[in-house]
Design a protein around this ligand. Structure first.
Ligand code: GAR
Length: 197
């Protein structure tokens, strides 16, 4: 009935998920030095490390990662600042129950350095997206988005902080919708059902 969260770094989205009371079975990092592992420990959540550097191929790393995840038999796998490209086999294994948060209003600015790119493009609106993960990176069916304004004089740091505040609100809400059975994938779209509970 619970969630496995994959991280690579700071773990602020993980913390927001835990603070929201989402049942997290385990947190797995591909980096032993990820600060988010301490966040998980503070909340008494089991942690694991599957170091990508220990594996010769993406396929071997993803197989080890899947084995570590499956030990917890989660309903949902949530990527929270997990900075590895996943293989098609891994994505297929968790089809419909693998979600990600991305720091832009997809389909704008997939990939890295989204805040700097938003500033460089002169866009007036930026934000974050929670989506189901598909083979094409940062392109899966969108569950929820939160926009923020880009303000005159914004630095990359100021804009990132404004977006992050929304990430911390949006991701727990989207995960809750999933766990409550409210998300229906219809082709490339996600329908959020009314809560009759
Ligand atoms: C977040 O801003 C998240 O949206 C982003 O990394 C940060 C992780 O912060 N994810 C990606 O860029 C995925 N491509 P956190 O470790 O404090 O949650």
């Amino acid at each position: 009935m619970s969630v496995v969260v994959l991280i690579s770094g700071r773990g602020s989205n993980l913390q927001a998920i835990l603070e929201a009371g989402i049942p997290v079975a385990a947190v797995i990092s591909n980096r032993v030095d990820a600060a988010g592992l301490a966040v998980a420990a503070r909340f008494g959540v089991a942690t694991g490390v599957v170091e990508h550097r220990a594996y010769a191929t993406r396929e071997a790393f993803d197989a080890a990662l899947a084995a570590a995840i499956d030990r917890h038999a989660p309903r949902l796998v949530a990527l929270a600042g997990f900075m590895r490209v996943l293989t098609p086999a891994f994505v297929a294994r968790y089809a419909g129950r693998l979600v990600n948060i991305h720091p832009s209003l997809l389909p704008e600015f997939p990939g890295l350095d989204t805040h700097a790119r938003a500033l460089a493009a002169g866009t007036k609106r930026h934000g974050c997206t929670v989506h189901f993960v598909t083979e094409q990176m940062d392109h899966g069916p969108i569950i929820a988005q939160a926009p923020v304004p880009v303000l005159p004089g914004d630095t990359e740091e100021a804009l990132a902080a404004r977006v992050l505040e929304q990430e911390h609100r949006l991701y727990p809400q989207a995960i809750r919708w999933f766990l409550d059975g409210r998300l229906v994938i219809e082709g490339d779209r996600v329908r959020v059902m009314e809560n009759h509970g």
